[in-house]
Design a protein around this ligand. Structure first.
Ligand code: CO
Length: 244
């Protein structure tokens, strides 16, 4: 999983460096596909069956722009412009093990509240990573994200969640970005790996599905941010597999 995680990291870093006005989300897709296959890995999203949609996802990346939260589809028509934010999410499978990570990147200068949205979402992920310790439970991770986001005046999305990951991309347990008292609250155990992925909006938390039947968008049109890492629980504390 470490090898998969580091490959995902390298791909996201290269894509981040490509992001600028005039680049299309399909340019990012093509570059990602080449990097992943050149590394001898398999793009984990491409062909992945998503039961909620009833179809296989057709791309290597999810590129979700502005009010798009997740499952934005790369397109040669989606030309990035100054003031946009783009979430780039990708996963790979290498030797049977999965890695999955996302970043949200600003295109040029963005307005102050959007800049803060990205900062708070990334901070929420870092604080959640800090909770991935023996003795804690899942709700410590979920609650930390919710508290940081809401205390800063933003909202966490309910309909999309993080997940366990290992020899499958999606494993138990689900990792919501809020505390769902009706949900399971397992103890964190040594060797557990969770894909923690706060999805945060600048406005209301409600979501809708776009006309393409895939893309989760904010109902109120507010901008969204998304950051994700795969994190292992070890006897020595959290180990972020998707960065050096
Ligand atoms: Co994920």
């Amino acid at each position: 999983m470490r090898a998969s995680g580091l490959l995902v990291y390298q791909v996201l870093q290269a894509l981040k460096a490509m992001v600028q006005e005039g680049v299309t989300t399909m340019d990012l897709e093509k570059a990602a596909e080449k990097m992943i296959t050149d590394a001898g890995a398999r793009p984990a999203f491409k062909g992945y069956y998503v039961p909620a949609v009833g179809e296989r996802y057709p791309y290597v990346l999810c590129t979700s722009v502005n009010d798009e939260i997740v499952h934005g589809m790369p397109s040669p028509k989606r030309v990035l412009k100054k003031g946009d934010v783009v979430s780039i999410d990708t996963g790979v499978e290498l030797n049977g093990y999965y890695g999955d990570s996302a970043i949200t990147v600003a295109v040029g200068e963005v307005n102050g509240r959007v800049e803060k949205l990205l900062k708070v979402t990334e901070e929420a992920l870092e604080l959640a990573i800090g909770q991935m310790r023996l003795g804690n439970r899942l709700f410590d991770v979920c609650g930390t994200i919710q508290r940081h986001v809401e205390s800063n005046g933003f909202s966490v999305v309910r309909e999309f969640v993080g997940h366990g990951i290992g020899t499958q991309m999606h494993e138990e347990p689900q990792v919501p970005n809020y505390v769902d008292p009706r949900g399971e609250n397992p103890r964190l155990k040594e060797g557990m790996v969770l894909a923690i992925e706060p999805m945060v909006t600048a406005g209301r938390p409600e979501t809708a599905i776009a006309r393409n039947r895939w893309t989760g968008v904010t109902r109120d049109g507010s901008y969204a941010a998304h950051f994700e890492h795969c994190v292992a629980v070890t006897a020595n504390g959290p180990w972020v597999l998707t960065r050096p």
